[in-house]
Design a protein around this ligand. Structure first.
Ligand SMILES: Cc1ncc(COP(=O)(O)O)c(C=O)c1O
Length: 454
């Protein structure tokens, strides 16, 4: 059969509240044109994030009931630790309440003011935690990674020549190298095994540890299986093990590729770093056998990790985004190509060339999509990345809108509704206006900034 179906049946449903355009225009204006300030029951299709929004399986809900809530030494922790270790192999597995808590632990321990940490592309919370430690977050994607319309099988790769040059120049102030898989801020694009191997080799030659931000490791492994020479016949868990065997540690948000609604971890091989992290964990998150989590969350993650490497799931998952991307491309909407693993990315700067980057074309498109069809996406562009630590502002490398697909939540007709919304928007795109910021916090402004239409 050619049709790739959702490889699950639906046993429990949540109603969607339908709204009118007039209602949505009022709601968005009341939310000061910040989509994060909307109430989620005012959203028809919520593509704000794929983080924590997965539909858990019957087996995960069953595992929730086996959760042991003991303060120390709960069996839930040991099931969690075994499931994580089975896939990633690191010696120390330290649970945290989500990915950014793992980043906070890591960077408060390894980064000092004046340091720099290179990556293929840092995600916003990673950047925020590095900058909060007084260090600089440096992005070194391959040139193709910054060109939305160019096809490349591993557009998330790091520019290895740039990494080598960076470490030659800035080695003394570089405590570690990071690699984000898949590259979320760069369009959900995968990183090849060969590129991880190359980055690890360069990092090691300079005496630096390599940490992987592994949020979407299973989607990354699926792309490696599909696209990398010699990997086609291999099992996903084996590819995953190979990816992490190249690194010294990882940060993880279990809200992505573990199908959990909350959770994360820091995993490392270094005994001294693990000891320091556990000491800090007790101050900030909780005892090392629960992190910031309930025992039932640890069990949901342990079961989710078994399901996330299922090939039927990964085939359907990646195909959904490719389907929407191909249909938008066919109607002339500029999209990031090829389709990423967890989301569809629209190049808003190209779609709305009449809106200058400092009037936030990505944010303008995300707002218009909500007003048009009640679909909530997220700007990944100048609002998110344009404000520098010194308070000045410059256009980001790209102005994208990310439509992140929650895992196992929406169906084919939801995908068709998204495509139809873009047909409507394309017809009136020249009338869309940019926005200006009227209030913003100093860091990670996209979450709480307030806007007015220009
Ligand atoms: C690549 C990447 N790293 C880190 C994070 C942070 O994870 P969390 O939201 O669990 O704090 C995210 C979340 O969106 C992400 O996409």
């Amino acid at each position: 059969m050619k049709t790739i179906i959702e490889p699950f049946r639906i046993k429990s449903v949540e109603p969607i509240r339908m709204t009118t355009r007039a209602e949505r225009e009022r709601l968005l204006s009341e939310a000061r044109y910040n989509l994060f300030k909307l109430h989620s029951d005012d959203v028809i299709i919520d593509l704000l994030t794929d983080s924590g929004t997965s539909a858990m399986s019957a087996a995960q809900w069953g595992a929730v009931m086996t959760g042991d809530e003991s303060y120390a030494g709960a069996p839930s922790f040991y099931r969690f630790e075994a499931a994580v270790r089975d896939l990633v192999g690191f010696r120390h597995v330290i649970p945290t309440h989500q990915g950014r808590a793992a980043e906070h632990l890591l960077f408060t321990l390894i980064a000092r003011p004046g340091d720099a940490i290179p990556s293929n592309t840092h995600f916003d919370t990673t950047r925020g935690n590095i900058e909060a430690a007084g260090a600089e977050a440096v992005d070194l994607p391959i040139p193709e990674g910054r060109k939305p319309a160019i096809e490349h099988p591993f557009k998330g790769n790091m520019d290895l020549a740039a990494l080598e040059a960076f470490l030659a120049d800035h080695g003394p102030r570089t405590p570690a190298v990071m690699m984000t898989v898949t590259n979320n801020a760069g369009g959900g694009q995968p990183v090849s095994l060969e590129n991880i191997r190359g980055a690890a080799k360069i990092a090691r030659a300079h005496g630096k540890p390599l940490f992987i931000d592994g949020c979407r490791f299973a989607e990354n492994a699926w792309f490696i299986k599909l696209r990398e020479a010699g990997q086609g016949g291999r099992a996903i868990p084996d590819i995953v093990r190979d990816m992490f065997a190249l690194a010294d540690g990882m940060t993880m948000s279990a809200k992505k590729d573990a199908f959990a609604n909350i959770g994360g971890w820091l995993a490392v091989n270094d005994d001294a770093l693990a000891e320091a992290a556990r000491t800090r964990l007790i101050q900030t998150e909780g005892f090392p056998t629960y992190g910031g989590l309930a025992g039932r969350d640890l069990d949901a993650i342990a079961q989710g990790l078994k399901e996330i490497v299922d090939e039927d799931y990964l085939r359907y998952r990646v195909r959904t985004n490719a389907y929407v991307t191909e249909r938008l491309d066919a109607m002339g909407v500029p999209v990031v190509k090829p389709a990423g693993g967890h989301a569809v990315f629209i190049d808003a700067r190209a779609f709305l060339p009449h809106i200058p980057p400092l009037q936030y074309p990505g944010h303008a498109l995300a707002c218009a999509l909500y007003e048009e069809a009640g679909i909530r996406g997220c700007e990944i562009g100048t609002v998110m990345f344009g404000r520098k630590p010194d308070g000045t502002e410059a256009p980001a490398a790209m102005d994208l809108v990310r439509l992140a697909m929650p895992r196992r939540v929406y169906t084919q007709s939801h995908a068709d509704y998204i495509v139809e919304a873009f047909e409507e928007l394309t017809a009136r795109k020249d009338a869309l206006r940019g926005l200006k910021i009227v209030k913003e916090p100093k860091m990670m402004r996209h979450f709480r900034a307030e806007f007015e239409k220009v």
